[in-house]
Design a protein around this ligand. Structure first.
Ligand SMILES: *[C@@H]1O[C@H](CO)[C@@H](O)[C@H](O)[C@H]1NC(C)=O
Ligand SMILES: *[C@@H]1O[C@H](CO)[C@@H](O)[C@H](O)[C@H]1NC(C)=O
Ligand SMILES: *[C@@H]1O[C@H](CO)[C@@H](O)[C@H](O)[C@H]1NC(C)=O
Ligand SMILES: *[C@@H]1O[C@H](CO)[C@@H](O)[C@H](O)[C@H]1NC(C)=O
Ligand SMILES: *[C@@H]1O[C@H](CO)[C@@H](O)[C@H](O)[C@H]1NC(C)=O
Ligand SMILES: *[C@@H]1O[C@H](CO)[C@@H](O)[C@H](O)[C@H]1NC(C)=O
Ligand SMILES: *[C@@H]1O[C@H](CO)[C@@H](O)[C@H](O)[C@H]1NC(C)=O
Ligand SMILES: *[C@@H]1O[C@H](CO)[C@@H](O)[C@H](O)[C@H]1NC(C)=O
Ligand SMILES: *[C@@H]1O[C@H](CO)[C@@H](O)[C@H](O)[C@H]1NC(C)=O
Ligand SMILES: *[C@@H]1O[C@H](CO)[C@@H](O)[C@H](O)[C@H]1NC(C)=O
Length: 332
């Protein structure tokens, strides 16, 4: 996030003596280019947007939506978990709508129209700190030197559709904590013939429309050596597996030292919002018609070694940001 953006942002009058040093904040456009919609990828989309941002007191959330088609309500945690829009704390029906984060703690937002919340138009964030008066660009922490590691994807669970579904953020959580370096190996344990590992582009990853892959590994265990820095996206070509949450993205940020010093993986400090799987009402409807996977899992994909891991800027997302909103009607 460009903290420098803060310099462009108009001063926010802090309402409380505690935040007297907080005069300007970052504006976070919720969902970035996706805006505030019913996301095709379900609740995971804003959940992962949330954990990939850091929110400070004084920052602004900008909910970008079309008046009449969407709205945004700040609600209690309970109302967030149950998608209850009966008694919101605040409701803004005119888009785009700004919301200033004026204190530490958790904030919960939902869309109140139709089934929007249940389908994933909801956001929980954790405001974790006060911003200083002169926010400095946050340097990317350089990982501590260590030797190469083997990471078993999903640990004991292995590589499959996460049992609790996409809301569980299972693989996103698994990956979130970890530092990945060139020289490390991802070990995917799965059932031969029931799954595979597809290395895909960010676009394919976001849309779960698996029409092309960079590489497919269909023999278990698949040991994938991380051989380039940058973002890497993994899912399965099997029917609906991607949209049901069998996907994750990583950022390979450096190189493991050649002399393999056994050491535990340095743990980053995630903004520790926990989106717990919600009560039954909040589960996405069973996906009868999937807009994804025309490629399906029917044909066993061939091992394609022409892969070139992609590098690039931008942040990592785990949800579907690419496919248009109208496609989400397919969920009904
Ligand atoms: C809000 O969405 C509109 C339409 O998608 C877009 O043109 C505009 O740039 C967005 N605004 C921001 C602040 O992202
Ligand atoms: C929704 O919240 C209101 C009060 O905020 C409460 O009276 C009502 O019982 C809740 N509805 C459900 C279905 O939980
Ligand atoms: C929302 O905040 C942005 C950035 O701070 C500002 O440019 C915009 O005018 C604000 N919009 C409203 C409706 O307040
Ligand atoms: C990773 O696993 C492979 C094969 O199981 C093994 O040969 C290698 O020593 C392991 N590397 C590390 C760093 O544990
Ligand atoms: C991060 O890793 C620690 C152990 O290293 C684990 O206890 C914790 O649950 C992990 N958090 C997430 C969000 O995965
Ligand atoms: C999976 O199939 C490959 C051949 O396609 C075989 O080498 C491997 O041993 C199998 N693994 C298991 C666990 O059955
Ligand atoms: C919010 O962040 C604070 C500070 O990092 C942490 O102590 C708290 O547990 C977090 N709350 C949630 C719900 O994640
Ligand atoms: C999937 O991608 C292909 C090619 O990129 C495109 O032709 C097709 O329309 C897409 N399908 C959906 C449902 O978006
Ligand atoms: C990097 O690994 C991929 C498989 O993950 C492989 O297809 C590719 O050839 C490797 N590139 C290099 C330069 O070794
Ligand atoms: C990946 O890491 C590099 C260097 O650490 C950083 O410049 C880049 O912004 C990161 N990408 C993402 C998507 O976080």
């Amino acid at each position: 996030m460009a903290r420098t953006l803060a310099l462009l942002v108009v001063a926010i009058v802090a309402s409380c003596a505690l935040v007297q040093t907080t005069t300007a904040g970052t504006t976070h456009v919720v969902g970035d280019s996706l805006g505030w919609v019913v996301p095709l990828g379900g609740p995971i989309v804003y959940a992962t947007w949330s954990v990939s941002n850091t929110f400070l007191v004084g920052d602004i959330l900008l909910f970008n939506f079309t008046t009449g088609q969407e709205d945004v309500a700040r609600v209690t945690k309970e109302a967030f978990l149950t998608c209850n829009s009966t008694n919101p704390i605040t409701l803004k029906a005119t888009g785009p709508a700004n919301f200033t984060l004026d204190s530490l703690g958790q904030y919960y937002f939902i869309g109140t129209l139709d089934k929007h919340c249940i389908l994933g138009q909801r956001l929980a964030i954790n405001v974790t700190a006060y911003s200083g008066p002169t926010p400095s660009p946050t340097p990317t922490p350089t990982p501590a030197p260590r030797g190469p590691r083997n990471y078993t994807v999903g640990d004991k669970l292995g590589w499959l559709i996460p049992p609790a579904g996409p809301l569980d953020l299972f693989y996103a959580s698994w990956a979130y904590n970890k530092t990945f370096l060139v020289g490390d190996t991802l070990v995917f344990n799965f059932l031969n013939g029931s799954d595979d590992v597809a290395v895909v582009t960010k676009q394919v990853f976001n849309s779960c429309n698996i029409t092309s892959t960079l590489a497919v590994f269909n023999s278990t265990p698949a040991n994938i050596a991380l051989n380039a820095t940058g973002e890497h996206y993994y899912t399965s070509t099997y029917d609906k597996h991607c949209i049901l949450g069998q996907k994750f993205a990583i950022n390979v940020t450096g190189h493991a030292t050649s002399g393999s010093v056994p050491s535990p993986p340095p743990t980053a400090h995630p903004p520790s919002i926990t989106i717990s799987p919600s009560p039954a009402t909040a589960h996405p409807p069973s996906i009868a018609v999937s807009p994804s996977s025309p490629a399906g899992g029917a044909q066993p994909p061939s091992q394609n070694t022409s892969a070139a891991p992609m590098t690039g800027g931008g942040r990592l997302y785990f949800g579907a940001f690419v496919v248009s909103v109208t496609a989400s009607a397919l969920y009904f």
